[in-house]
Design a protein around this ligand. Structure first.
Ligand code: SAH
Ligand code: SF4
Length: 398
């Protein structure tokens, strides 16, 4: 079975061809599309390059800043174009500097983006690929809410672009982008990969500084291996036996661990990239020495890195994070198997920076959401076009 993203036309809310209510989103335009659009407006080709450079290289957030464009063109743009479509709802800054944003999509659903500054100068944006998620991983706040809709490539790009533009304005630089926010990027394959190409090509982020994290949609991993990209692939593993993984990640019943690891080897063979495995450490569930040995044996010989993250507790799951000493023992056992592992800091923990958690808190505080009812078009789309990535045994959550 192949992963077939739903036809673009069936996606509720994704602006078609960059136009929404007759206004064009300049961020939705590739350089070629921008050149075509400006040519239709009777502008010479270099104007498109200027406009593109203002937005992407210089991070201009308004046409007013574009001082070397003719006034008539600026007026036309002010009337007929926007730069992006996301509306910021809230923002929280953690004691560790992590910045968490909640955006409303033009048709209502809420998504999250996070910016993490590191002491070594890295600035990493963690962005969403879907509003909600259909994969139903039991410990994940986004999985607990179900899928509302896919994001367009422009909506994915815009999250990174906003941080890129803001950092640029204060003399800093967005250095890394991870698709680890809300949603399963490979369930929204074409938009996610298109966004990655544009993040690399137009925002100038090195391919090796972009990470796509997936729950393990095997056909999509294989397809991605053939894209000719050098981005880092991260696999959410979380358990070393099919039984244990299937209980946490229902998708494992469709694509078990052996198939996921085979696809990882194919990705490594095609790209030469080391694969990252993510493992949320859950006390008493997947943090015992035996489990570390099983994981070590499973990954032996694969050039990889294991990222261990103490579980971020969520409302819909009773598990607790592993104690520091047990995490250290887990790492030590993996090292004996020759598998490098690091314990990731739980950044932004004081501001609900676990994916899906800020949205939950804001919705709880503000009462019923003004966003479309989840029984609306987005959820219908998920129901009417059964999710190819979801397990046969358990339908996409809503
Ligand atoms: N859908 C993709 C990317 C988004 S989730 C994926 O699953 O890989 C990003 C990472 O956060 C995944 O590794 C996911 O398993 C992990 N995650 C989700 N909820 C978590 C929680 N409550 N605590 C710790 N990690 C969590
Ligand atoms: Fe979706 Fe990833 Fe959350 Fe699983 S962990 S429900 S795939 S966002």
């Amino acid at each position: 079975m192949t992963v077939r993203p739903p036809a673009r036309a069936s996606l509720p809310g994704a602006p078609a061809g960059g136009y929404l209510h007759g206004v064009i989103d300049l961020l939705a335009l590739s350089p070629e599309q921008m050149a075509r659009t400006l040519a239709e407006w009777g502008q010479p080709a270099f104007r498109a390059r200027q406009l593109h450079a203002w937005i992407h290289e210089r991070g201009a957030r308004s046409v007013d800043e574009m001082s070397d464009l003719p006034r008539a063109l600026r007026q036309h743009l002010a009337r007929h174009a926007t730069i992006g479509t996301l509306a910021q709802v809230t923002e929280q800054r953690s004691a560790d500097g992590t910045l968490k944003r909640l955006y409303r999509l033009h048709d209502g659903p809420l998504i999250e983006s996070v910016l993490m500054p590191y002491d070594d100068g890295r600035r990493t944006a963690c962005i969403s690929s879907q509003a909600g998620c259909a994969m139903g991983c039991v410990f994940c706040a986004t999985g607990q809410m179900g899928l509302t809709r896919h994001l367009s490539a422009a909506e994915i790009l815009e999250q990174a672009w906003r941080f890129h533009a803001e950092l640029k304005a204060r003399g800093e630089r967005l250095s890394n982008v991870v698709l680890m926010g809300m949603g399963e990027p490979f369930h929204n394959y074409e938009a996610a990969v298109d966004a990655v190409r544009r993040i690399v090509g137009e925002l100038g982020i090195g391919q090796r500084h972009v990470t796509i994290s997936t729950v393990g949609l095997v056909p999509a991993i294989r397809r991605f291996a053939a894209e000719g990209l050098q981005v880092t692939l991260a696999i959410s593993l979380h358990a070393a036996t099919d039984q244990a993984r299937g209980a946490l990640l229902p998708v494992n019943r469709r694509w078990p661990i052996g198939q996921v690891l085979e696809a990882c080897r194919a990705y490594q063979a095609a790209t030469g990239r080391r694969v990252t495995f993510e493992w949320a450490l859950i006390a008493g569930q997947n943090d015992a020495p035996d489990e570390a040995h099983r994981l070590g044996r499973l990954l032996r010989g694969l050039r990889c890195h294991v990222n261990l993250i103490p579980l971020n507790p969520t409302a819909g799951y009773g598990g607790a994070p592993t104690a520091q000493a047990d995490a250290a023992a887990f790492i030590e056992i993996l090292a004996r198997h020759g598998v490098p592992a690091t314990l990731r800091l739980r950044r932004g923990i004081d501001i609900d920076a676990g994916c899906g958690q800020l949205r939950d808190r804001v919705l709880a505080a503000s009462g019923p959401s003004p966003a479309p009812d989840p029984t609306g078009a987005g959820a219908r789309e998920a129901r009417d076009h059964p999710d190819p990535g979801a397990p046969a045994a358990s339908p996409p959550r809503e």
